[in-house]
Design a protein around this ligand. Structure first.
Ligand code: PMP
Length: 282
């Protein structure tokens, strides 16, 4: 299989990263995961936009034009013959003798990307999943899609050990998002999700869902909600690039609603499938 290393597509076995790469040593870099449906990137522009924005927020200059990068990603998808899968891309500040201070301006950022086949989680989408609540112990710039994911990993691992699909995080009783997803409640037909501040990652799936709600007159409010609202919600769902619109039917061992995916969640799932189906044709 082929991967991207800087401006080249090479065999994965030939890709070498310096042991003093700042991504490796400090998590000093940013990344994106983009979905591929039927060989076509879904919301590729939006993901690239966020990639540049994340890089900019930590003062890394992406050494490519957006069109070049998109072209490179599309080439990789083609040579690897990806059908339903994803592309992972990351950019680090580059390799330089270890020092917290940024390296000299001539240090080149390092771009890597690879693809894989990923099936849609159809069974979970159909039946819903369990989630647990956990403390959000992350830093205050969760809007940056940075490589530093330790708090997310700890939360996801705790969830997995509890037999849960996701950990839904809160700060002082206010729900922020999932460890690797955005989180939503539905009460009396109205959707609530945390506003896109520094405390969450503004998910691309979240942005698609917000637009679909608007287009279909589904009440959608960017308003933080409490743990109590979460526990008493009619419906809960989480969204992400690979989870799509995922119903949460159990929270900390208690059923949500009647323990089955709710109506509003179902409606959004249908709209979401229509959205990526029509994006494939475009
Ligand atoms: N929040 C966090 C912390 C995430 O890791 C992710 C997935 N990468 C998301 C939200 C969802 O973002 P997206 O819809 O762009 O995949």
């Amino acid at each position: 299989v082929k991967v991207i290393l800087n401006d080249k597509i090479i065999d994965r076995s030939e890709a070498a990263i310096d042991i003093e790469d700042r991504g490796y040593q400090f998590g000093d870099g940013v990344y994106e995961v983009i979905r591929v449906y039927d060989g076509v990137l879904f919301t590729g522009d939006e993901h690239l936009e966020r990639f540049y924005s994340s890089a900019d927020k930590i003062k890394i200059t992406v050494p490519f034009q957006k069109e070049e990068l998109l072209e490179l990603m599309n080439q990789l998808i083609q040579v690897n013959d990806v059908h339903d899968g994803s592309i992972y891309m990351q950019l680090t500040r580059g390799a330089s003798p270890r020092n917290h201070v940024f390296p000299s301006a001539d240090t080149k950022p390092v771009l890597t990307a690879y693809t894989k086949e990923v099936a849609r989680p159809v069974e979970s989408l159909e039946n819903g999943v369990a989630a647990m609540v956990a403390d959000d112990i992350r830093w205050l710039r969760c809007d940056i899609k940075s490589l530093n994911l330790l708090p997310n990993l700890l939360a996801k691992q705790a969830a997995t050990e509890q037999g849960c699909y996701e950990a839904i995080l809160h700060r002082n009783g206010l729900v922020t998002e999932g460890s690797a997803s955005n989180a939503y409640i539905v009460v009396d037909g109205k959707i609530k999700t945390h506003p896109a501040t520094n405390l969450i990652l503004n998910g691309i799936t979240r942005q698609v869902v917000a637009r679909l709600c608007k287009e279909n007159n589904i009440p959608f409010s960017e308003e933080a909600f409490t743990l109590e609202e979460l526990r008493n919600a009619d419906e809960i769902f989480v969204t992400s690039t690979t989870s799509e619109v995922m119903p949460v039917v159990k929270l900390d061992e208690r059923e949500i609603g009647n323990g089955k995916p709710g109506q509003v969640t179902r409606k959004l799932q249908t709209l979401f499938v229509e959205e990526f189906e029509s994006a494939k044709q475009a």
